[in-house]
Design a protein around this ligand. Sequence first.
Ligand code: C2E
Ligand code: MG
Ligand code: MG
Length: 265
Amino acid sequence: QDKYKQFIRRREIRVELQNAVDHNFKNFDVYYQPIIDIHTRNLIGAEALMRFTSEKFGMISPAEFIPILEETGLIIPAGRWMMKEAMGKCSEIRKILSGFRMSINISQVQASKSDVIQDISAEMKRTGLPLEAVIVELTESDLLEQNINEKHFLTELKRMGISLALDDFGTGYSNFHYLSELKPEIIKIDRSFTAKAVADEQEYYLLNQFCTMIHNLDMKICIEGIESAQEWLKIRKLCPEFTQGYFWGKPCGYEEFVRKFVQEK
Ligand code: C2E
Ligand code: MG
Ligand code: MG
């Protein structure tokens, strides 16, 4: 019964997503979450996060709709729309905060089946954004399953000089060989790992060892999912370069983001 309900729900969401893509991305939105430099406590950038409001079910989580976008290939137009939107907003914010950087999540489907590099460079030309203004986030599991096209994507990204952040670190089995090969600028520690580390000594020890290793490989760390001051007190001892979490700010729409995090500076 539940499985059947789930099946019907997915089917309805799929139809709505297709419809939204066909109608100029209506009901899609981009939220922004602040990324904080731990030394200065200043805003240094944001992560752009896709949102979708279903006419039937209300706002649904990307954890639910991103896989449907990927299955149907709709992630390609939707991801392109989202990237343009986020880069446009990034160049607006840089008029006030010149060093501001926008992190954009790219799915494996986009990386292997569309020309993301071309999309990004076209948008950079249009907006006049410099290379360092954009960070591409790829998940660890996507990287481990990389195919030929995606390898090409990674080489091109490197050649152009666009920074890579490795997302979801600590959720799978981390393979350190590809880390030293790929040299992402930033490793993002997933919230599930952060939550375990603040609750459990062993996990904290493990995270501490990972952080030391990542720093020894000359990469930067962004710890995600900090929700409280107590959590922050523990996590800051690990000396990450960046941090992101509800404690600093929840993802929100552009206007609110500017009002809360950009203008008061
Ligand atoms: P992610 O890239 O790791 O993004 C971080 C997620 O953690 C976001 O969830 C954010 O709202 C949440 N988060 C941040 N700080 C906290 C905290 O302190 N507490 C809690 N409980 N959560 C926190 P969101 O927006 O639901 O996105 C989930 C995932 O969906 C993302 O994980 C990313 O993998 C994917 N996603 C979102 N937007 C896009 C997109 O445009 N393209 C692609 N390919 N994937 C996307
Ligand atoms: Mg991300
Ligand atoms: Mg993440």
